[in-house]
Design a protein around this ligand. Sequence first.
Ligand code: URP
Ligand code: ZN
Ligand code: ZN
Ligand code: ZN
Length: 480
Amino acid sequence: MSTLFIRGGTVVNADREFKADVITQDGKIIAVGENLSAPAGATVVDAGGQYVMPGGIDPHTHMQLPFMGTVTMDDFFTGTAAGLAGGNTTIIDFVIPDPQENILDAYKKWRGWAEKSASDYSFHVAITWWSEQVRKDMGTLVNEEGVNSFKHFMAYKNAIMCDDETLVNSFKRSLELGAMPTVHAENGELVYLLQKTVSEMGIKGPEGHPLSRPPMVEAEAANRAIAIADVLNVPIYVVHVSCVEAAEAIARARARGQRVYGEVLAGHLVLDDSVYRHPDFATAAAHVMSPPFRPKGNSEFLWRGLQSGNLHTTATDHCTFCAAQKAAGKDDFTKIPNGCGGVEERLAVIWDEGVNTGRLTPSEFVAVTSANTAKLFNIYPQKGSVSVGADADLVVWDPAGTKTLSVKMQFSKGDFNIFEGRTVKGIPSHTVSQGELVYVQGDLRAVQGKGRYIKRAPFSSNFAASKLRADTLAPTAVKR
Ligand code: URP
Ligand code: ZN
Ligand code: ZN
Ligand code: ZN
């Protein structure tokens, strides 16, 4: 293993910024401080005028996902390599068992697919059906496999959607195990109905997609999941919050004292629903993802959520399908595979639109791109922190560097870039993964299979606090 000496940068952590050199050895950070001397034989990176930050953690990706009759373009190698090119050093992907499929079998299958990852990775496991076996296997996943979060799709009826009975059972079991329940919040019954209604109106193109999934469809599910979590006294994490109404549901619950957390996608922060009315089918279809891009005004509300602390993490939902795959829905928008890319662009887009505009400080940027995710999913400070003993997963960030994002330049497989033509200021100059330089000014050195599976322990401090709160407020019987 190599020794790296990152000289003269400004270290940015979620709590503060300070001038410091950073030394890494054998995959760990071994020193952070001013005027350190370079160890013999160290590779030196000059970070003068640049920031040194924890590598990004994308808590929501789908590499090699079999979905809607096809499989995403990016597999675990190409997808994580693209992430490294963008300064992202860890992903949390999803094991999504088919209904009735044994969840441990599904987990093993995904672990096999992920072995080619170039960066570190971890897994949320989706609960798509319920049985005593599922209950038992959730325990095995938490206690033996390092899974501490379970995902629930409240949409995708007749496929992976879970009903309220499954939600309740799984949330309750998650609480027992100290694992975070997470939800894709959209009311699948309403989506199913509206898809038919919109189609019967003669709207068959991608413009039908947002019409079949309006904000209230998301808000209803977010409110329902939050209410169930409140009754059961379990923390909850809502993935890809896209609209004012769902963000408000989270803010209200937090104001009541509930432990609710929200994730925002880079795409939802900068795009709006006009993309679905593009005259070119392929362009409009390339933006079909769920929840859809929203009318103008929603993005600003999401930014304010990140700024105010009512929303916590940023992700991409990286899930790439090419034009030929999207063409499955040429005459029927409900058949367009849902998903867009972004793992490579997230940090630059959020820096450019967040830090350069004063919506976020550099430290707040680190909070919402890595540290908060690491804390919520209990891998902090191993990840999400530039500190002695942490994993040497770093990005050296050039705030003056510019780049025009384009499908022509991207490492991600796929034939589209939802950020096409956007010029960003603030880009990674170097990415360090496990102490190795894996990206140096345009030169991607990702190594297939180098990524490690990251186990995550249960019972983050959230759970201890929830339990104490429940104990404090527990009702008592009247002694007669
Ligand atoms: O459209 C999306 N988001 N595709 C991936 C699956 C999901 O809902 O996260
Ligand atoms: Zn989703
Ligand atoms: Zn997703
Ligand atoms: Zn293709």
